[in-house]
Design a protein around this ligand. Structure first.
Ligand SMILES: O=C(O)CCC(=O)C(=O)O
Ligand SMILES: [Fe+2]
Length: 310
């Protein structure tokens, strides 16, 4: 399919103090239904928290391989995956079977008691948890706007994110040989074409290119860089919950910049027991809990699980 490039809408929260915001909600609705990605600016998060988390990501990946490998990924989606230890197998978009050229440290909300923190990195845990708390607060602020954009009763979403389920990837992509990053086929993906498991994914911006997106009916487009913003995309959970009204837009990473690339996506969703069904005014989806869907997604990617999508 080829329909030109899609503009990524920008939602500026600077003048929004909460409450009804018809123009913002309309912009978000357009983003959700037509693009699947939008930028958030004016979010109020002190950018030094984001910079510190990128720095911690680099620090972690600079550890000796043995130190990282001593924290092997768990089925609870915490711990370390090395370059080539995960394969995108959650979508018909990609069946190439090549392992992803990315390493990542995975962590969750500390209260779940499942995190495995590295030794020898003082301050790492605190900074990463600070970052997660800051994004959690931003996401909670955004939920009423999602309610407005989707025509949901006030509080309908917020009550299902108390608390939210989230996991974060502190990802590191090796520098790959220069070449055409655009071709969405072939080898050497950092992350092969996929959609996310999440309700929404937060990608804080840095100046390292490599993310390509393809909104429905459009061409592959390299995501533009908007300094100091979060690029937010909707994932499969919101798509299913909304009966397909919200897009879960395809994207891939290929790092042809000649530099190492770091990225710290945070995958945000409702409480794991939430059944993704019954959103007022939206067609019914095949019901699944957020926790079960996320587990399936992770099991296929990291554990070679072959069970069909729940
Ligand atoms: O690194 C990025 O920019 C995006 C990574 C991604 O799509 C993912 O981890 O799901
Ligand atoms: Fe993704």
């Amino acid at each position: 399919m080829s329909g030109g490039r899609a503009e990524i809408p920008v939602l500026d929260l600077a003048d929004w103090r909460g409450g009804a915001a018809p123009a913002l909600a309309a912009a978000l609705r357009h983003a959700l239904e037509k693009v699947g990605f939008h930028f958030v600016t004016g979010h109020g998060i002190d950018w030094s928290i984001v910079e510190a988390t990128f720095a911690e990501c680099r620090r972690f990946h600079a550890l000796p391989e043995a130190a990282k490998a001593s924290l092997p990924v768990t089925r609870q989606i915490t711990g370390y995956v090395g370059v080539g230890s995960g394969t995108t197998r959650t979508t018909a978009l990609y069946d190439g079977g090549q392992a992803n050229r990315v390493a990542a440290f995975l962590c969750k909300r500390e209260e779940e008691g499942l995190n495995h923190w590295p030794e020898g990195l003082p301050g790492f845990r605190e900074r990463v948890l600070d970052y997660m708390a800051a994004v959690d607060a931003l996401a909670q602020r955004l939920l009423p706007l999602y309610e407005q954009a989707l025509g949901l009763p006030a509080g309908w979403l917020a009550g299902r994110f108390a608390p939210a389920d989230m996991h974060m990837r502190l990802a590191w992509y090796p520098a790959e040989p220069a070449g055409d990053a655009r071709a969405a086929d072939g080898e050497g993906f950092g992350v092969a074409p996929h959609t996310d498991n999440s309700f929404m994914t937060f990608l804080p911006q840095n100046d390292l290119p490599g993310l390509w997106i393809r909104p429905a009916g459009r061409d592959w487009t390299e995501a533009p860089h908007l300094p100091g913003s979060f690029l937010v995309n909707s994932g499969d959970a919101l798509q299913r919950w909304s009966g397909g009204r919200v897009l879960s837009t395809e994207h891939f990473v290929r790092n042809r910049s000649g530099r190492e690339r770091v990225s710290i996506p945070l995958f945000y969703g409702p409480d794991a027991d939430t059944v993704l069904d019954g959103m007022p005014g939206h067609g019914s989806a095949v019901p699944v809990t957020y926790g079960a869907y996320t587990q399936w997604f992770s099991d296929r990617t990291y554990w070679g699980d072959d069970s069909p999508m729940p």
